[in-house]
Design a binder for this molecule. Structure first.
Ligand SMILES: N[C@@H](CCC(=O)N[C@@H](CS)C(=O)NCC(=O)O)C(=O)O
Length: 212
């Protein structure tokens, strides 16, 4: 059984979507980051970087922070949602693009554009431009594909599950998805999956899954 420590954020939802896609039982522990619960000493024993999400897998004794590692761990443990052979490394490549680009940059857009508009014109412009650049990169990657990684038109994988929750905040990022039609179609394709609908509501309901 897996214990998932999480909150209603893009990084948290990556892992709850994966667990729902795997269809395995797991316990959810809400770590309310608006109340600084990520600094609780008990949580820090699992996640020393004081960020959600984290997991404890009681089947293997492994505890883990950092969603890139968690998604790879779950994919390998269950032998699902990670393309094989020649397609494996491109899937990891685009997963790392999410970890190093989409996540940190869109996170800054949320800080400066949504929550602190007017405090720094420089930061708003820099991160908004970076967001548009990244959406453009994703749009070009999805040209002729249904999913980000995998052969042919692609196969649904942890790479999609990791990028998708960040794109689900397109509204916060003031991104018009009609400017990125491949991203919009991919976003809707994934949003319609029942496991994604369920995983989005972990650890609690905040809104319906946003639709463009
Ligand atoms: N690189 C980390 C990032 C995790 C992260 O930034 N989590 C945010 C929520 S999306 C958080 O816990 N923020 C709490 C804080 O800033 O103190 C991962 O992918 O797991």
């Amino acid at each position: 059984m897996i214990d998932l420590y999480t909150w209603t954020t893009p990084n948290g939802r990556k892992v709850s979507i994966m667990l729902e896609e795997l269809g395995i039982d797991y316990n959810v522990h809400a770590i309310d980051i608006s109340k600084d619960e990520q600094f609780d000493p008990e949580f820090l024993k699992i996640a020393p970087n004081n960020r959600i999400p984290a997991i404890v897998d009681h089947d293997t004794g492994i505890q883990m922070m950092e969603t890139g590692a968690i998604m790879l761990y779950l994919a390998e443990k269950h032998d699902r949602f990670l393309p094989k052979g020649d397609e494996r490394w491109p899937a990891i490549e685009w997963l790392m693009w999410q970890m190093g680009g989409i996540g940190p940059m869109l996170g800054q857009v949320h800080h400066f554009v949504k929550y602190n508009a007017g405090k720094s014109a420089y930061a708003e412009e820099r991160y908004s431009n970076e967001a548009k650049r990244l959406y453009g990169v994703l749009d070009r990657r999805l040209e002729g594909r249904d999913f980000v990684a995998g052969a042919g038109r692609g196969e649904y994988s942890i790479t999609d599950m990791s990028i998708w929750p960040w794109v689900s905040r397109f509204d916060w990022q003031q991104i018009d998805l009609s400017e990125f039609p491949n991203v919009r179609d991919w976003y809707v394709r994934i949003a319609e999956r029942p496991a994604v609908q369920r995983g989005y509501q972990v650890p609690k309901y905040v809104t319906d899954v946003p639709m463009p």
